[in-house]
Design a protein. Structure first.
Length: 635
């Protein structure tokens, strides 16, 4: 059935490309230079060329050219990021690793504001709750960002920016998509502006799929049942400008995800879960010349319910984040940013299980100086003090110099510290809680260069990073304690080439090494284990070409080297055993045909084009060759 569907997709494109020239071919700029935009997540108004840390920008064009993919799959295709289970059952949980650091050490931002799941053990937001349809741009800042954002930003931040308003009064757009595993997506957006005072953007998204079995079927067993899912989400952004320079932006975002999950590796089950998240908030921005002030209040309300043969478990949490900061450019040389951040995580009272309301909070003043010496030398220095309701105080710092040797070559480096505060569950939960826990702390360095060649059309970026996280919170027979250490080092090489007006090529190579070290009571090294589910060597390629008749074809692929995983074997009293995962190659194909001045686009994607049989997580399935097709429009 999948191959028949792929044939229909290819046939649709062949028919579309033979239509009369009622389309307008894309007029590309003859100056092949990379777009310069301001990075919102930096809190300082700088472009990617000015930053002293590695940054990746995924714009709306790239997001649209990933139609048929979800957020996890799009992030997985970026250099330095791996999402375990990105190619598995869409209902299964997806774990993000940024430069080798696990999910809880990468902070997710929504429109520049940190979000956290107070109902979970690690506090990380479920990526499945964040649909791509609502996203305008994604910014990935690598390296410690705790000075700007506080807890959990040890490896970096991923800023997900929702769709902005349009200049017209009323502009609708939408997408309809269908494909393998009875997968369906329908989404619509409306945006506009009224009298330069009021602007708005709102949208709705629905996705569903029958999916595949999350757990792999052991040899000799009957085929496991499929694990499907359904997702609904909407967002509303409003911007009011009552006077020149002042913008007030109320917003609300909601997403729910429900699906099936299996009991364990190689173990089928009829378990179900629901997960929903509310994000209401308000932002106020005032700008006047070289001075601006930005204040945001955001609530993240999460509720998760798991149903299995053992009964039903409900987990609720609320995370509040108030952040206000000001920027002032004294002169072309000096820019200062100062702010204060208050965050609170709360678990509500549970009368049925006789659990009282519990909460933790911290208040953090912070500041950053950006110095531009004018001769290519720039430096950014920041400091943050944290006052926590339970463990007391700690602080972080960062220092990031760069030197722009000429218009085409820049050296950069950064050094700093970060931290992750213990979560509510670790401090006061029902299992192994320890109210005396201290924060996990990191030290990291990055050093590298970027260069632009061939009339600025070819960009090459290389950097080395080294990160150590101490005081890890480990779960032992005595509950949670601060004990272990993790060390990670790596090299990233990334290149993008705008070869012609129509042809774009890209590639990356990642080398990663590291280990988690278990310490004894005396602080001496007791044992260590290497990277889990992360390859030492990983590289990817991508190419896209737009034909004169409006047809775009894009192909991407990756190689992931051998990896190690842990299997908690039930036949051996669930003792952890190291297992090896083989290397693999995977490729994806995307094509679209735009008509009516690109206001209507037919698209299709074939994932796992060469039908690789591979494993991301031991005991769990990955999807074979499969396809989707659809249309999107803007009126």
């Amino acid at each position: 059935m999948s191959k028949q569907f792929i044939t229909l997709v290819i046939g649709a494109f062949l028919c579309a490309s033979s239509l009369q020239a009622q389309t307008t071919s894309q007029q590309a700029d003859t100056t092949l230079q990379f777009e310069e935009i301001v990075i919102q997540a930096s809190k300082l108004p700088i472009s990617p060329r000015e930053t002293s840390r590695p940054v990746t920008i995924i714009d709306r064009k790239e997001i649209e050219e990933s139609s048929g993919s979800n957020l996890a799959q799009l992030l997985h295709e970026q250099s330095g990021i791996r999402i375990n289970n990105s190619q598995g059952s869409p209902a299964n949980n997806q774990d993000l690793f940024l430069q080798g650091a696990s999910t809880e050490y990468t902070l997710i931002l929504l429109d520049g504001v940190a979000v956290s799941d107070a109902s979970g053990i690690g506090g990380a937001i479920d990526l499945r709750l964040l649909p791509l349809q609502n996203v305008e741009r994604i910014e990935i800042l690598k390296g410690n960002q705790s000075t700007l954002y506080g807890s959990s930003a040890l490896a970096g931040v991923i800023n997900i920016i929702t769709k902005s308003t349009s200049e017209s009064t009323f502009q609708p757009s939408g997408t309809v998509e269908y494909g393998a595993y009875n997968s369906f997506k329908g989404a619509g957006d409306i945006s506009g502006s009224v009298n330069d005072v009021l602007s708005y953007s709102l949208g709705y998204n629905h996705k569903s799929s029958d999916g595949i079995s999350a757990a792999a079927t052991p040899k000799g067993s009957d085929t496991f049942q499929n694990d499907g899912y359904s997702q609904n989400s909407f967002y509303v952004n409003v911007a009011i400008e009552p006077v020149e320079g002042l913008k007030i932006k109320p917003f609300v975002k909601y997403s729910d995800f429900e699906g099936d999950y299996d009991a364990d590796a190689f173990v089928d089950a009829s378990n179900t879960f629901t997960n929903n998240m509310w994000n209401p908030g308000l932002q106020a921005i005032f700008e006047s010349g070289d001075f601006n002030i930005n204040s945001t209040y955001l609530i993240t309300e999460t509720e998760r319910i798991f149903s299995s043969e053992f009964g039903e478990t409900a987990l609720d949490g609320r995370f509040q984040n108030f952040d206000t900061f000001l920027n002032y450019r004294f002169n072309p040389t000096l820019n200062i940013m100062a702010g204060i951040n208050w965050q609170e995580g709360l678990r509500p009272e549970d009368e049925e299980n006789q659990i009282s309301e519990i909460s933790t909070s911290f208040t953090s003043p912070y500041g950053t100086l950006l110095l531009d010496a004018g001769n290519g030398l720039r430096a950014e220095a920041g400091y943050r003090a944290n006052i926590h309701s339970e463990y007391g105080t700690n602080s972080t710092y960062s220092f990031s110099p760069s030197y722009q040797i000429n218009n085409s070559f820049k050296l950069f480096a950064s050094i700093g510290t970060g931290f992750k505060a213990p979560t509510i569950d670790q401090l006061f939960g029902q299992f192994g809680a320890n109210p005396d826990l201290e924060p996990e702390e990191s030290r990291s360095i990055q050093v590298g260069f970027e260069t632009y060649l061939l009339d600025q059309s070819l960009k090459i970026e290389t950097h080395y990073f080294d990160r150590e996280i101490d005081n890890l919170i480990a779960f032992t027979s005595n509950g949670y304690i601060n004990r272990d250490r993790v060390e990670t080092q790596g090299v990233e090489i990334r290149t993008n080439w705008l070869a012609t007006n129509d042809l774009t090529l890209g590639a990356f190579y990642n080398y990663l090494d590291g280990e988690t070290i278990t310490l004894n009571d005396a602080g001496a090294e007791q044992s260590s284990i290497g990277l889990i589910r992360l390859p030492n060597h990983n590289f990817g390629l991508n190419a896209s070409y737009r034909f004169e008749n409006g047809l775009l074809v894009k192909i991407d692929g990756e190689f992931a080297g051998d990896r190690t995983d842990l299997f908690f074997n039930p036949a051996n009293n669930y003792t952890s055993e190291e297992v090896s995962l083989d290397s693999y190659v995977i490729a994806n194909l995307y094509a679209e045909y735009a008509v009516f001045d690109r206001s209507f686009t037919i698209f299709g994607t074939v994932r796992n084009l060469i039908d690789s049989d591979f494993t991301e997580v031991y005991g769990y399935n990955t999807m074979g060759l499969h396809a989707r097709a659809g249309v999107r429009f803007t009126l």
